[in-house]
Design a protein around this ligand. Structure first.
Ligand SMILES: [Zn+2]
Length: 231
């Protein structure tokens, strides 16, 4: 059983259509793949998700006609707004020349959930900052899907001990295959004993590369307790 936000596909399509339309101003706005994704995230963060449950991975859902028109108008409005917002804080560190998803994002993939965890001092139960968290698969440091997440992660005093990984999808031979991946997390900190944890993530392969942050597709791992060295 899976949960989908019906709006995700709709929003991505609207963004693409708007970029292709004559009302898109190329002098003012960038239509590279990353900016499109940023706009899609902006729209999704400003709309109420419409969740549906699907057991087969394919969602058939038709909204009432008038509601649908209103929704489309609302989304288009937000898409336009999103391009202005994104333009005003255009990220200099990314490549704005890529117009489409790279070919390595086409095919069948095992898409992973966002992996969320928390690191806590086992004596005081306070969140720990300054720890370095690494995620491994088969002893290799795992690549992340988005540049918004990194591996390793260094926890700052602002993250409240929380970390989030978004592992890069793994190619699959065919869709509908179930596979269990065993990930390893290591935590190091100069003042605490090192910590290692293994955990399984079971995923089913799909004919898509999951490239927008699916907040509903998250996996919380148990809290990690670190103990001060020499105690
Ligand atoms: Zn761009």
């Amino acid at each position: 059983m899976e949960i989908h936000n019906l709006l995700e596909e709709k929003v991505k399509t609207s963004v693409d259509e708007y970029c292709e339309s004559s009302s898109f101003d190329r002098k003012k706005h960038c239509d590279c793949i990353q900016c499109r994704l940023d706009v899609a995230c902006y729209v999704l963060n400003n709309t109420t998700p419409k969740y549906v449950v699907s057991s087969r991975g394919i969602v058939h859902h038709e909204l009432e006609y008038t509601k649908k028109l209103q929704l489309e108008a609302d989304i288009l409005g937000l898409v336009k707004e999103g391009f202005s917002v994104i333009a005003s804080r255009k990220r200099p560190e990314i490549d704005h020349t890529k117009k489409s998803e790279s070919p390595d994002r086409e095919g069948i993939f095992f898409n992973f959930p966002n992996i969320i965890g928390k690191i806590i001092n086992g004596k005081t139960f306070e969140p720990i900052s300054n720890a370095e968290v690494k995620l491994f698969l088969d002893d290799n440091l795992v690549n992340m899907t988005s540049k918004m997440t990194s591996n390793p992660i260094r926890l700052t005093e602002y993250t409240g001990g929380l970390f989030i990984f978004w592992p890069y999808p793994v190619k699959a031979e065919k869709s509908g295959m179930e596979k269990t991946f065993t990930f390893k997390i290591t935590v190091t900190h100069p003042d605490y004993n090192e910590y290692t944890k293994l955990f399984d993530v079971k995923v089913t392969s799909k004919e898509s590369f999951q490239d927008s942050i699916h907040l509903q597709n998250t996996m919380n791992i148990e809290e990690i307790y670190l103990f001060p060295r020499g105690v």
